[in-house]
Design a protein around this ligand. Sequence first.
Ligand SMILES: Nc1ncnc2c1ncn2[C@@H]1O[C@H](COP(=O)(O)OP(=O)(O)OP(=O)(O)O)[C@@H](O)[C@H]1O
Length: 921
Amino acid sequence: MEDAVSDGGVIGVDVGGGGGKERILVSVRLRPLNEKEIARNDLCDWECINDTSIIFRNSLRERSGFPIAYTFDRVFGGECNSKQVYEEAAREVALSVVSGINSTIFAYGQTSSGKTYTMTGITEYTVVDIFDYMQAHEERAFVLKFSAIEIYNEAVKDLLSNDNTPLRLLDDPERGTIVEKLTEVTLRDWSHLKELLLVCAAQRKIGETLLNEMSSRSHQIIKLTIESSAREFLGKGKSSSLVASVNFVDLAGSERASQALSAGSRLKEGCHINRSLLTLGTVIRKLSKGRHGHVPYRDSKLTRILQPSLGGNARTAIICTMCPARSHLEQSRNTLLFASCAKEVVTNARVNVVMSDKALVKHLQKELARLESELGNPGSASGTSHLEALLRGKDAQIKKMEKEIKELIRQRDLAQSQLKNFLRIAVDDRASRQWDESSQVSTSRVTTSEYDDVVSVSATSGFPYRGLNFGFTKFDKSMGTEDWNELHSLRSGKLSENDAFSPSHSISSSNFIRLIPRRSENNTHEAVDTVEDHCKDVQCIEIAESSTSGRKELGISLNERTESQLSTTPNQEHNATRPLSVDSPAITLEQQLQNVRKRIDDLVRPYHDEMSSVSSTVELSKSQSSALTKSRSCRTSMNSVSSPWFQDAGHTDNNTPPNSFLRNFPGRPDQLQRRHVALNCDIDSETLLGLKEMAQVQYDKQCGNSQIDNGDVEVGGMRKDAGVHPMLDLPESSPSRWPAEFEKKQQEIIELWHECNVSLVHRACFFLLFRGDPADSFYMEVELRRLSFLKNTSQKNLDKTPSQDSLHISQTSSSRKLQREREMLCKQMHKRLSTEERRELYTKWGIALDSKQRKLQVARRLWTETNDIEHVRESASLVAKLIGLLKPEQALREMFGLSFTPQLTNRRLFGWKHGLTSLKQ
Ligand SMILES: Nc1ncnc2c1ncn2[C@@H]1O[C@H](COP(=O)(O)OP(=O)(O)OP(=O)(O)O)[C@@H](O)[C@H]1O
């Protein structure tokens, strides 16, 4: 039956009795091993056992936790050619277009799995069939139009135009998302098509990666639109025609930066590719669950353009391409996971009929009459009563929501008034102290007239802090008009040119900025205020007197929790910005940390004993350490590539894990703190920024808002490499999926350890401690993110200029450290293993008993085969034995985690808005 009129002159007509609802046709194509894979003896892990099933054949399968067999509409082994794939997996869907039904054929899969190879064949075979159909139906007149776009780094480009300007997407209320100013060419014949395909291939962004010499770096969508109408009615004003499009989508391949060894622009492309595929995965996953809630089509250009093909008015076939090699196991599983979800997605294709105005009017009149009769006839008014019930339900819902809104408003007002009262009390109290202290300073200033005025301001934002005006009123008494004007300009963030501003914007902690105006000698007053009267992120403004310059600084703490700590300390050192939150909950927290550290000390002491010789050369004195805590150079050094803390224990450089992890890390041994100056430093701005970005990404994801600003390319793009796969959305993981997730995460962590040159001792402790208990998920996630962050930071640093690079720890230095650790473990073998045990070890590890440096050979092999879980397990046990960690389960889990106790203080101090909260979840 005909459906409602949708597009002005175009109406959608339901296909058959089933209303055109059908599942996406999903097939899998396994390509043969390529030459490179054969050369490195890569094994083929997958086999198509019949036309619809593919199985995973591997000795590890019992432990994998993943399904072994997968079933799809069709599976194709390496021996199948593209023609066969076209005929069985795409033909029927693609040719719907000649009957007025939109269709889309996708190729999805990891890089180098054969998407372009497959789609090239399918596009050509489809067009051949379309031409055949046109020839066989001479009674109809056909118009065939061709257009092609690529989506490269989230910009849409016309592949038939030399103009590189990105095309805009427009939201047409009738036609949906359309690409503005897209070239559309009317196809003449087969050779014309070949010509156009060549133009597209030449224009498309291709780049070389380790996995594919001709890797497509963009998503390509070729669109053929076919309009047909009966010749006999042509020009008679009453014809109706069919119009539909078929899209051939060759997606860029998902890739792991580590596997594709991409860097620079390749890496940036990879990030964009992964990001849009992530959105595609999310859309498919949500649709597979039955269209509940928000489907984030608009989060990427790809999904926006393809919205009709993803659960809309189109028939869709997806061909998932796979590399059979063991080295691509992870990616292949992800592809199969995507394919499994896609199987569940239902589309609703309709025949698109374009009607002449006359026919359209007739159709509408008919439809109107039908509706009127339905409304007017009580007998057939089942629909009406249904509508009434629906209306009643909605009314009740509205009333309920109104009530809820009222209650929420009441609660908000109450909270606001409580906050106001609290602030007023705090400000009154503080202001009176400030007045006392400031008066003293002011008096001394007036009498001596030898100090420059110094004003400390915080350039952060927050809520208005009315109480500060109180302080001003006091100062007013001794201020002249000029002073007042100057103060006023300070308050509004403007500073007059006459203010010889010292360029020393000292940046302390995260957001604190102190601006120091030097005023003329004859000025006898002080002006103190904060810019914009904001207090949320203001941490401390101190009163200090520099012994060298004879300058006195005056400041006010606006931290509402810390007013009791306010004091005038005229002799305080100029640089020593003094955090005032001494009585914060951090004290009790610190005590808890001490206890935990003690336990960890006991556990790692044997290791420290061994390592002390290595590390003694680098031990820093406490004074150095504390000086660096405040110095800018220290903070700069903290921008260095991070390495895990256990590795830090034995090494010299200022390698620093993401600092917030360490700052919050409750179980860090004292020795480690002392040895590693960076651990004591305040969080550096770059790391903070990175963490904020990570937290923001996570927060956005949890809010269902995965739209990421283009500026966040690396972070957003790196999410995939940070272990969050499109199809594995962490917050939704269920206990039943945990074993599989655990294995996956464990494998990712093992790989990242390897890539980041993480300490073997750290790896061993972690591996032996977290063995798949559901409670481990938190630690696994933290470790995964931390490592991904390290890796990304290290990658970012590689892209930097040499001068910047010198501030960071190079890959070489971290691998040198690892080398030293191996040497240390080698020495331990002599002490900890008997001759017999050593002999057994050599035999087990395939080391000839008469070869030289056997112990070193073993040490060098430890943790090298990241894909072999047995090897990993043996490495972990051996390392644990060598460092005397006989009962790893006694190690504290907290050693590897974050302290996520809600800490309002932290949020305020570092200006985190909601990121931290989201990370806690
Ligand atoms: N089924 C197959 N049989 C033989 N060779 C194949 C097959 N599939 C792919 N290949 C070859 O593998 C290589 C990579 O294929 P292709 O470029 O199509 O991969 P891709 O998935 O499009 O990669 P990317 O995402 O990086 O663009 C090509 O040289 C191609 O000829």
